[in-house]
Design a protein around this ligand. Structure first.
Ligand code: HEC
Length: 144
């Protein structure tokens, strides 16, 4: 092997490396975009789930919470709250209804939103739907 590292060797490594990683990047991008539609359970988007998403947006839940990592870091991740609450939409409804719980030292409190029963059921159904999206195991633990 030559002891001298020539300019053309450096150029070959530069171009060869670039081409290799561009192809790797493209292959992984096509692989991911091919799989994404199967991972989202579209059939589960009922009228109630759609209403729940509307309730979610109109009340700016994401202003405090993250949903699958997106959002604010003031309050718990809610992408898996349905599982955390023992696979129960009733527990989610009960939690939202019973806010605020104030005066617990070191604990942040969530405001009361005065949602109707229909809106509460819907936002819980939306959170159930989100928990069933195949996120390849994210969030990594049940606490979110
Ligand atoms: C002003 C900030 C704020 C907004 C806006 C907000 N939350 Fe919260 N939420 C909190 C905080 C803080 C907690 C944790 C409170 C606690 O445990 O007592 C919480 C907890 C929760 C929990 C329980 C999470 C867990 O793991 O214990 C659920 C479910 C929830 N919120 C749903 C919602 C929904 C749905 C909305 C929109 C309608 C919403 N939140 C809007 C602050 C907020």
């Amino acid at each position: 092997m030559s002891e001298v590292f020539t300019k053309s060797m450096a150029r070959n490594i530069y171009y060869g490396g670039s081409v290799f990683f561009i192809f790797l990047f493209l292959a992984l991008t096509f692989d991911t975009s091919g799989k994404t539609p199967e991972r989202d359970n579209h059939e589960a988007i009922t009228a109630q789930v759609a209403l729940g998403k509307q309730v979610w947006e109109e009340n700016n839940c994401i202003g405090c919470h993250t949903l699958l990592g997106e959002g604010a870091y003031f309050a718990p991740e809610l992408g898996n709250v349905y599982k955390r609450f023992g696979n129960s939409t009733d527990a989610i409804v009960g939690f939202i209804k019973s806010r605020p719980v104030e005066g617990v030292a070191g604990r942040r409190s969530m405001p009361q939103f005065h949602l109707s029963d229909e809106q509460l059921e819907a936002v819980a159904a939306f959170l159930k739907y989100v928990s069933e999206i195949d996120t390849a195991g994210w969030p990594p633990n049940i606490q979110g």
